[in-house]
Design a protein around this ligand. Structure first.
Ligand code: KG4
Length: 347
């Protein structure tokens, strides 16, 4: 009888403590505790994130095992996010994974968080088809905006990336300026549905190759608001919103349209140059409805295969870490106990 491979995945790179169990690549459970403590600060506070991970990790792992109907003695290996991310947050997941693996006498598997996002497309069962190799993956989150060439499960190369802010960061910062809660990306998405995407025009970056830049767009957004405030002789965005109907909705729709256009243009260029007809999207910003629509349009227009993850796998989750760990397990690619987390890295 074929040996069962049961992997426990642990994710703690930012502000979500998550644990998942997969058996032979099939998801049995995926439990995430999101941290509300950061909302009042308008961004993630690293020290508070580490403390919350400390509180959450034991109950989250325990719940994931119970929901999966798996005893810890049944586990084949433990996969954990080693980086990139917040070092204090990563340390909690890494130390917990090491301790548990050591006590159970099973292998430890380190997973690159970004590879995890890409491999979220392979978590089964899924309502969506799995990408075929090679494909290009647009990886867009709060900390990253990259185009990744994916040759195989464990063979990826970044061919383009942001030289400054990430797309999610740009959404979050623009949302903050408009007085919207953190994280602002989902709010922009929501308000954009009621707005006119042609209402405002923002500067688009002129960066060579497949790299991105979003800092100029952020500045252009700020200047637009500054000019509107001057023109209407008011001091706050709330006062401005009383004078200009649909102000926030129109700003959201316009900034969202611009970000999506910037992202899709480079992806299209890369796919064309490399003659690759399969494209996927991953990361927190892949929840954005305009970006998802742009992918569907891309598929129709260029007769390409497009892969969009289920909503549950767009933000940080341990299912993708367990899945990535499963592929490394099959390759016998394990992690020695002395390996430490890393804050920054390439795929
Ligand atoms: O991958 P992710 O969960 O976490 C890290 O970056 O660590 O991505 C979070 C980012 C945030 O910037 C958030 O605003 C953005 O994803 N985001 C969205 C949407 N949902 C989440 N941005 C635009 N539209 C959305 N619907």
């Amino acid at each position: 009888m074929e040996k069962e491979v049961i992997i426990l995945g642990i994710e703690s790179s930012c502000d979500d403590t998550s644990a998942a169990v997969i058996r032979n690549g099939e998801l049995l459970s995926n439990v995430t505790a999101s941290q509300k403590v950061h909302e009042e600060y308008g961004g993630v506070v690293p020290e508070l994130a580490s403390r919350a991970h400390q509180q959450n990790i034991v109950p989250v792992v325990d719940t994931a095992l119970k929901r999966a109907g798996v005893r810890k003695e049944d586990l084949s290996a433990i996969a954990f996010t080693r980086g990139p991310g917040l070092l204090g947050s990563l340390l909690v997941g890494t130390s917990f994974a090491k301790g548990l693996a050591l006590s159970l006498g099973i292998p430890l598997i380190d997973v690159n968080h970004l590879q995890g996002h890409v491999l979220a497309h392979f978590v089964k069962p899924s309502p969506n088809p799995q990408p075929n190799f090679p494909f290009l993956c647009l990886l867009v989150s709060g900390g990253n905006s990259q185009i990744v060439l994916v040759r195989a499960y464990n063979d990826m190369e970044i061919i383009g990336q942001t030289i400054d802010d990430a797309a999610g960061e740009a959404f979050d910062k623009c949302a903050k300026v408009m007085g919207l809660p953190y994280p602002g990306g989902p709010w922009i998405d929501k308000l954009a549905k009621e707005g006119n995407p042609e209402a405002y025009v923002f500067a688009k970056p002129q960066i060579p190759g497949y790299n991105y830049s979003f800092s100029g767009l952020k500045t252009s957004f700020l200047y637009t608001l500054r000019d509107l405030l001057r023109e209407h002789e008011v001091d706050t965005i709330d006062e401005l919103a009383e004078r200009i109907p649909h102000l926030r909705e129109d700003l959201c729709a316009s900034i969202q349209k611009t970000v999506v256009e910037i992202l899709m243009k480079k992806l299209r260029q890369a796919a064309k140059d490399m003659k690759i007809d399969s494209v996927a999207v991953a990361g927190g910003v892949s929840a954005n409805s305009a970006l998802r629509e742009a992918f569907i349009d891309y598929g129709k227009r260029y007769r390409a295969n497009v892969f969009i993850p289920p909503f549950s796998f767009t933000t940080d989750n341990a299912a993708m870490i367990a899945e990535a760990g499963y592929f490394k397990y099959l390759d016998g690619d394990f992690c020695p106990l002395e390996k430490v987390p890393y804050a920054k890295t390439k795929i």
